[in-house]
Design a binder for this molecule. Structure first.
Ligand code: SF4
Length: 97
């Protein structure tokens, strides 16, 4: 059984929160969520907030990344706007001018 087959098998057996969909291109994110963490490995934040509403969410090319974490050029550091926020969430509306 290849690594991808193993990932597909484990991902299908796991129940995921509605805000997360596992990707075989970012298996570490899936492992973090399966352990009850944010996909980027931090704790989970307020259930009513998402990364999409966070001031730290930035666009790098066509990919979303978090400015509060190490940004790589691979999908391991990609962020989805629908993900539940982490404790470092800062609402876009709270930005000081
Ligand atoms: S700081 Fe947390 S909530 Fe904000 S974009 Fe990064 S991971 Fe998402």
């Amino acid at each position: 059984m290849s690594q991808r087959d193993l990932f597909d098998h484990q991902a299908a057996a796991q129940e995921w929160p509605e805000w997360f969909r596992p990707s075989k291109h970012a298996p570490t994110q899936a492992r973090n969520v399966a352990r009850g963490l944010h996909p980027l490995g931090t704790a989970l934040g307020d259930a009513s907030s998402t990364c999409g509403g966070c001031l730290h969410l930035v666009k790098r090319g066509k990919f979303l990344k978090c400015a509060r974490t190490k940004m790589s050029r691979c999908s391991a550091s990609d962020v989805r706007a629908k993900w539940r926020a982490c404790p470092q969430f800062l609402a876009k509306a709270s930005r000081q001018v």
